[in-house]
Design a protein around this ligand. Structure first.
Ligand code: AMP
Ligand code: TRP
Length: 317
């Protein structure tokens, strides 16, 4: 039996951190054997905020290496660039034509930008429809994403449903796979780990960065247990041995931080090495991505032909 289809993407906007990994990326690796996985670099979405060519190029290359570094296996998962499948922009346009403005105005990301009084480009406004196209064009069964993407997935389902209603059954409605039980990963200051707060531990941190960031963790404590250190530690060590460690070292914040540093080094080290190997593998990575783009264009072609037929965009067979 053919495997079910999994689709997901990440915007290439800089170095991932532990929050991104445990909140979203890890699922891709965990699920790659079970599903026909299609994981892309959302470079068209990144254009809504990045207008520096070399920055976008660099971030795109980096994200491909990050995917490989966390352990996505290009023999199992297809790793491609969103812009290599331009059909999605055509499909997004069609979706724009069947979606009302008030509906899109209810999107959180748009509302946030509006309250911050940002100058909002049309790409930001239409963002959820391009995302819908990314997913629906594959007839995806599942879409693993972080919690913050929940509404975008609802929009994708609504959009697929609306198209099906107007033009006939065409798209499969995807199921979100959201790690509800992953609590928000705290940063070194106890707030949500986020690039914009300057409180991150990079996913591919060097040993020195691991040491420095752990030493900078704010140690507010409860009954001798430094809560932030514990919360980060709990991501990479099982609860039983963790509780034993913190029980035995109650109040010894420096020792507990040392233990976290050691565990982070063992956790991050192999991923960092794997990423480096790929980085040094010559043209291999480029070839993987080019090949994947080619394959994905072929895969979505027939769906787009069906969409064109159903909407009346062709007059020949
Ligand atoms: P961002 O870098 O904020 O665009 O987030 C990319 C993905 O990582 C999203 O799907 C988020 O849900 C997830 N993520 C980001 N920061 C955290 C965090 N501190 N804890 C858990 N998940 C996070
Ligand atoms: N909006 C997602 C994010 O910011 C990225 C994304 C674009 C995506 N298209 C997608 C995720 C399709 C899943 C499926 O993280």
């Amino acid at each position: 039996m053919a495997k079910k289809i999994l689709v997901s993407g990440v915007k290439p906007t800089g170095r991932p951190h532990l929050g991104n990994y445990f909140g979203a990326l890890k699922q891709f690796v965990d699920l790659q054997n079970e599903y026909d996985s299609r994981i892309f670099v959302a470079n068209l979405h990144a254009l809504t905020s990045v207008t520096d060519k070399s920055e976008l190029e660099k971030n795109t290359k980096d994200l491909v290496l990050d995917y490989l570094g966390i352990g996505l296996d290009p023999k199992r998962a297809t790793i491609y660039l969103q812009s290599d499948v331009p059909h999605v922009t055509e499909l997004a346009w069609i979706f724009e034509c069947i979606t009302t403005v008030p509906y899109l105005e209810r999107a959180h990301a748009f509302k946030d930008a509006e309250t911050k009084n940002k100058e909002i480009n049309a790409g930001v406004f239409n963002y959820p429809l391009l995302m819908s196209a990314d997913i629906l064009v594959h007839d995806a069964d599942v879409v693993p994403v972080g919690k913050d993407q929940k509404q975008h997935l609802e929009i994708s389902r609504d959009t697929g449903e609306k198209f099906n209603r107007l033009f006939g059954e065409t798209f499969k409605l995807p199921e979100p796979l959201i790690l509800e039980d992953v609590a928000t990963v705290p940063g070194t200051d106890g707030q949500k780990m986020s690039k914009s707060y300057g409180n991150i531990i990079p996913l591919f941190a060097t040993d020195k960065e691991i040491e420095e960031s752990v030493m900078s963790i704010v140690t507010d404590s409860s009954a001798g247990v430094p809560t932030n250190v514990y919360a980060i530690h709990s991501l990479i060590r099982d609860k039983e041995s963790l509780d034993k460690l913190y029980e035995e070292n109650r109040g010894k914040y420096k020792d507990l931080k040392e233990a976290l540093i050691q565990d982070l080094k063992s956790f991050i080290g192999p991923m960092r090495e794997r990423r480096k190997e790929w980085e040094e593998s010559g043209d291999k990575v480029r070839d993987i991505v080019v090949e994947a783009g080619h394959k994905m264009r072929q895969v979505v072609h027939s769906k787009m032909m069906e969409v064109r037929k159903r909407t009346g965009l062709i007059h020949h067979e």
